[in-house]
Design a protein around this ligand. Structure first.
Ligand SMILES: [Zn+2]
Length: 429
């Protein structure tokens, strides 16, 4: 009985009715059992005397049939005390669906955890690791796993995929080793107003990407204007075969990465050639300065860098090529950018810097896609994909507690999917 007159002592039932009232059900009794760390609250629930149970399939009130044995559900803890719901569900006889267990509003399948508690655990699992979440709220890692799984599936089923105009596609390495299974294909939405993870799948093959695009469905593919990817051949092949008029562009940060890698290779080779000489040690120390953007190297480091350039060493020349390529992005039209690309690759091909020549050949091969960048200018900002990748790495690194690929996949959607959340009458956390 709910009584709010000031003379009445507050009962736990009153609190429960305030935060989690289920029409058709009443909180019968609340008992406290155990002591110390085994303290727990038992909440017995009974059906409302005059309200019929609902068919679980169609939610139509139906006549009662019999009752099934009592079940137990974990509810949100109160003052650090474990709380359980107890209820013996009715079986109802629906005119359409026959006899079946009634709809239980706090229940989800066979899980022994209330939906309120699952939402509670799932929300905390974004702030803490899953293991810490389980420990903090005195439950198992599995409970946290299933809670996140329910939360994410709800979100995926209810998310809106309208007006997705730009996709970013990338491959990411996770865990240890370089086996094919250790790579993920990710598909992001990279529109200015919405950046989120849309899909993630194991491996980085053509089949993976095809599967991802198919799962996103024709609605997404039809509204696409830009697809941004790196030069990974399987992806290029799949994107090229996509129908529609989305413009395919290459991600700038990936090209910078290729150039940096080439400079580093030149430096390592030269360092080996000069072994034992003082210059070799110097080269080793220059590594990070060489990989940074030239304009960001300041002070003493800058003087050293210019010293290197004047020394006519291979590393210096490779670095100059890398820096020069930065002008490419500043062009206003693809015509001028194309002319620049042409003269840059020619100069590189005349050098004897094999790693740089490799990049030049690659850029030349993908010239068309590279120049698409200028058609999409201002529409897709570079570095978005890189930023989202970094966020993914934060999650996968925390993921040593994720025992399976599936668990990590859930964590990625949970943290980066911007998924809608099931609403509860009361926000527990
Ligand atoms: Zn029914």
């Amino acid at each position: 009985m709910k009584n709010k007159t000031p003379t009445t002592q507050l009962e736990v039932k009153t609190v429960l009715n305030e935060i989690q009232r289920f029409v058709g059900f009443v909180y019968q009794s609340v008992r406290m059992l155990g002591s110390g760390s085994s303290l727990r609250l038992e909440v017995k629930i009974e059906p409302h005397r005059t309200i019929r149970g609902k068919c679980a399939k169609c939610l139509k009130p139906s006549p009662g049939y019999d009752r099934v044995p009592e079940r137990r559900w974990l509810f949100v803890p109160m003052w650090g005390i474990i709380v359980h719901f107890f209820y013996a569900a009715r079986r109802v006889e629906c005119s359409e669906h026959g006899v079946g267990v009634e709809h239980i509003p706090w229940n989800q399948g066979k899980r022994p955890v209330t939906t309120a508690m699952m939402g509670f655990l799932a929300r905390w699992a974004r702030r803490l690791s899953w293991r810490e979440t389980a420990r903090t709220f005195q439950t198992s890692w599995e409970s946290v796993y299933y809670s996140v799984e329910w939360f994410v599936s709800w979100g995926l089923a209810h998310r809106q995929l309208e007006a997705v105009h730009s996709l970013g596609i990338d491959e990411i390495h996770w865990g240890q080793g370089k086996r094919a299974d250790q790579f993920l294909t990710v598909i992001y939405q990279i529109d200015a107003n919405c950046r989120r993870l849309l899909w993630v799948g194991r491996r980085r093959t053509k089949a993976t990407l095809r599967r991802g695009l198919k799962e996103l469905g024709p609605q997404v593919l039809n509204s696409l204007r830009y697809v941004c990817s790196d030069m990974w051949q399987p992806y290029l092949a799949v994107i090229a075969k996509q129908p529609g008029h989305a413009l395919h562009i290459l991600d700038r940060s990936h090209i910078v990465k290729h150039l940096n890698k080439a400079v580093d290779e030149v430096r390592r080779a030269e360092s080996t050639r000069l072994r034992g000489k003082p210059l070799a040690a110097k080269l080793k120390k220059m590594r990070w300065k060489l990989l940074r953007k030239g304009s960001r190297v300041l002070g003493k480091a800058r003087i050293k860098l210019y010293g290197l350039l004047e020394s006519k060493m291979a590393t210096g020349r490779a670095w100059e090529f890398k820096e020069a390529f930065d002008h490419f992005w500043a062009y206003k039209t693809s015509w001028w950018a194309g002319a620049f690309l042409d003269s840059w690759t020619k100069r590189v091909m005349r050098s004897r810097l094999e790693p740089m020549k490799r990049v030049a050949r690659m850029l030349r091969k993908h010239e068309g896609l590279l120049l698409n960048w200028f058609e999409a200018k201002g529409q897709v900002s570079s570095g978005v994909v890189e930023g989202l990748n970094n966020k993914i790495r934060v999650v996968t690194r925390r993921s040593y507690g994720f025992r399976t690929y599936k668990a990590m996949e859930l964590a990625l959607y949970h943290n980066l999917g911007k998924l809608p959340e099931p609403e509860d009458t009361h926000r527990f956390c």
